[in-house]
Design a protein around this ligand. Structure first.
Ligand code: NAP
Length: 450
């Protein structure tokens, strides 16, 4: 494999696409970064000469393996799993595991690549990784999920460790799955160490980890408004998803005085013009986390709300849009609708939720637009704090963790301003990409040819 010394984004991308055929999500994530980093690299020859961006787009390694398990009817089932260890220049690999039927190598490479920048932005010593499987947990019994997790860990355990690679949750991997995975890890290794984060409080989890991504997203959003002398108080909010990130983003938004109008899942969205308050959020939490039901059940309980089957929530006029479900859930068309309806801020709780065309539309309209690597870094930041507590064998209070989370989100915002602010506008995409890049790139330069 030979890298060309590229002078522009298209040249760079054509080489990357040739080296990584059939991986559209990975191409998209790299293009978004390349659009801000290539001009920066051309101005900073040391990075160009050392081909840092080219090297950063090549994962350190990918482990691919079969996961065989038995379902409740004693049938043998097999899935494919991956761990993409992308870059460990500034710390042990760190990133979640995703269980979803749509998981492919391309999806995990895009997530691992993004994670490297995000982890760098947190200021904590964490490299970038991601993993997962095309296993679909929907409709599976607890015992089936347990057998799958145990089988997956039987292979994965030899590739991870508290100083090597520390997985966490993501779509389809919540408290239940992390518990099964950690239980099996401990059994195989006969060591109780912080090799997974997102653990329950009884066995080494951190306070505020469950809430961290959603809360962090709102803290970041509040920082953006604060920098304009405003606040999210009194603003209307549209949220997609009803999983971990969406629920806690809604909770914190309501706590800070905003009015949340929508939530969704893969079957459609609900619109509650009266606002989704704390009591209604508690209902959704129980519906999704305990009963594992569908979002339309909300309208059976709260009559003012309507359910929109198979639709995304972006047609509802709101001041703030928080995509918190999955990748590419805001198309160029959706972005236009949001802008036509006067959206003031878009803050990405999910990873790469906005298609490139939509991201360009938000940037051109000069609204407050926070990309995922900045806006949702709170989750991995508190995972980093969980690792610290595990290493110290301590458990910090809720106030302590929450105040660290707030200051990390505020520092990330500052970093974005430093690299993204021009006279009349803050380009948070450029700011986050450059700030995340510099730390990793400088470490790679220092290591020499590796
Ligand atoms: P989760 O708890 O599994 O919830 C995912 C939510 O998104 C569910 O409501 C799900 O609906 C919906 N969804 C998933 N795939 C969808 C699709 N193809 N179309 C429409 N809706 C879909 O996952 P999560 O942890 O909240 O993660 C959500 C996003 O945040 C992901 O992009 C993830 O990478 C990102 N993120 C998560 C964390 C974290 O700490 N958890 C940290 C940083 C970033 P169903 O219930 O119908 O499947």
């Amino acid at each position: 494999m030979e890298f060309q010394n590229c002078q522009n984004v298209d040249d760079f991308m054509s080489g990357l696409i040739k080296r990584n055929p059939g991986e559209p999500e990975f191409h998209q994530a790299v293009r978004e970064v390349a659009e801000s980093i290539i001009p920066f690299v051309l101005e900073n020859k040391k990075y160009q000469e050392a081909q840092i961006l080219e090297r950063m787009t090549e994962p350190d390694r990918i482990v691919i393996f079969r996961v065989t398990w038995e379902d409740d009817q004693n049938r043998i089932r097999a899935n494919r799993a991956w761990r993409v260890q992308f870059n460990n220049s500034i710390g042990p690999y760190k990133g979640g595991m995703r269980f979803h039927a749509s998981v492919t190598q391309s999806v995990l490479k895009f997530l691992g690549f993004e994670q490297t920048f995000k982890n760098s932005l947190t200021g904590l010593p964490m490299g970038g990784a991601k993993g997962g499987s095309n296993f679909n947990p929907k409709g599976k019994s607890d015992n089936e999920v347990m057998r799958f997790c145990q089988s997956l860990m039987t292979e994965l355990h030899r590739h991870i460790g508290e100083d090597t690679d520390v997985p966490a949750g993501d779509i389809g991997v919540g408290a239940r799955e992390i518990s099964y995975l950690f239980g099996q890890y401990k059994r195989l290794e006969n060591r109780f160490v912080g090799t997974l984060t997102g653990k329950s409080l009884e066995f080494g989890g951190s306070r505020v980890r469950t809430e961290a991504t959603g809360y962090g997203c709102i803290y970041f959003c509040e920082e953006m408004f604060k920098s304009q002398g405003e606040s999210i108080r009194g603003k209307t909010v549209g949220i997609s998803g009803s999983g971990n990130v969406a629920i806690y983003a809604a909770e914190k938004a309501v706590e800070l005085g905003a009015k949340v109008l929508t939530l969704s899942d893969s079957s459609g969205f609900i619109h509650d013009p009266e606002g989704i308050d704390a009591e209604k959020i508690a209902f959704v939490k129980d519906l999704k986390e305990v009963r594992r039901g569908r979002i339309h059940e909300y309208t059976e309980k709260f009559n003012a709300a309507s359910f929109h089957k198979g639709k995304r929530p972006w047609s509802v006029p709101v001041d703030i849009a928080l995509p918190c479900a999955t990748q590419n859930e805001i198309s160029g068309e959706d972005a236009k609708t949001l802008l036509d309806n006067g959206v003031k801020a878009v803050c990405e709780g999910a990873n790469m939720p906005t298609e490139l065309e939509g991201a360009h539309a938000f940037l051109n309209a000069k609204i407050l637009y926070a990309p995922a690597k900045a806006a949702n870094a709170g989750g991995v930041a508190v995972s980093g704090l969980e690792q610290s507590q595990n290493a110290l064998r301590l458990s910090w209070s809720r106030e302590e963790v929450d105040s660290r989370l707030q200051s990390i989100m505020s520092d990330i915002h500052e970093n974005c301003l430093q690299h993204g602010k021009t006279d009349d506008f803050v380009d948070y995409v450029r700011g986050a990409n450059i700030a995340g890049f510099i730390k990793v790139a400088d470490a790679m330069l220092a290591y020499g040819v590796v």
